[in-house]
Write a protein of this length. Structure first.
Lengths: 191, 191
DNA sequence: ACCTGAACACCGTTCAAGT
DNA sequence: ACCTGAACACCGTTCAAGT
């Protein structure tokens, strides 16, 4: 029974969840798969593309946070659409240890095939903001990734006993209120 | 003539600018200083704190972008104050190769002593938004770091001939317009 | 087709021992 | 006080050779 790309990626997600991004090494992954490190290079070109595949897996997983399909068709719909997108994006990242850091590191390299900003650009297009899609989606994606990266880093530092408090409720509040700043800004663009 | 902490940090900034964050290794840094790698541990406790010191150096450097002192005292002053802060923050990051990535990685660990969000919290306080300081400054810092990280990564990929176009003018436009979304959102909080 | 063995060129960090 | 030498326990990647 031989390996294939999918199994390698799924095992990588397991290593990520158990040991974190820092300890997601080719040798450790090979160990979990009962194989030597060199064998992995038959299935993936290098570590960077493997990380891009893991990133795609994280972003492609459904979150149960999907918006009502027909809510998003005017101004109130724009705000709700952005909130729903941001919520499910954040949820997807939080599902895996170091999810936000991994996606952040992998995104600008453009090796992955899933673009988390795509749904929000589509939404903006439907709301008559075709000329504002690029910079609005960039701002929104950066906000979510930055916020969740900080959340996950702090929660891990807390678990290691390094830092004082970690208030999950407060983190979500800050996320929602910070997002609302962008929602207000985007909605103000609509005539 | 023996080394000291300051010289180590300054040499680290040189290595960063010439070789990038990935190649800022203790061995390479030691080489530049004419010393063996182990010697560095007499001056800094470990690599992570060294990176925090480098991050502080980057953030502490003046940018010539400082705002007019007495513009920032009402609503128009709030918007202008945020723009000035964001501009000088971005400029400081752009002064060094991988500046944004370094600061991002170092910030949540809280080993550094310079907090880039501090000036903006002070500004918000002066404008009657004391209850909104934390989440507003977080959103602003995440936006700037995320945007500049993407700018620097893309510009490097472009130099390596990996990716198509890199339009510095367009990047700055996206930055300004994205920032304006947050400026609008923050200003809407003022009664 | 898929994997092993073994190497190459690196890492960060520690620590006895030197001066 | 400050640094060397040498080691420890790792990395990602390549590639002849095996099956």
């Amino acid at each position: 029974m031989s390996l294939n790309r999918q199994e390698v990626v799924r095992a990588a997600v397991e290593v990520l969840d158990q040991y974190g991004l820092e300890d997601l090494t080719m040798r450790r992954l090979a160990g979990l798969l009962g194989v030597k490190a060199g064998a992995l290079y038959w299935h993936v070109e290098n570590k960077q593309t493997l990380l891009a595949l893991v990133s795609d897996e994280i972003l492609a997983s459904p979150t149960g946070n999907t918006p009502d399909r027909d809510v998003a068709d005017r101004n109130q719909g724009l705000a709700e659409g952005i909130r729903a997108w941001a919520g499910s994006f954040r949820t997807a990242l939080l599902r895996h240890r170091d999810g936000a850091e991994l996606v952040s590191s992998t995104l600008p390299v453009r090796l992955g095939s899933v673009d988390p900003g795509e749904p929000v650009r589509e939404l903006l297009g439907r709301c008559g903001l075709s000329g504002q899609q690029r910079y609005c989606s960039r701002a929104l994606v950066h906000f979510v990734l930055g916020h969740v990266t900080e959340e996950q880093t702090r929660s891990q530092l807390h678990e290691l006993g390094v830092v004082g408090e970690f208030d999950a409720r407060g983190e979500e509040e800050d996320f929602d209120r910070g997002l609302e700043l962008l929602v207000t800004g985007v909605c103000a663009l609509v005539r």
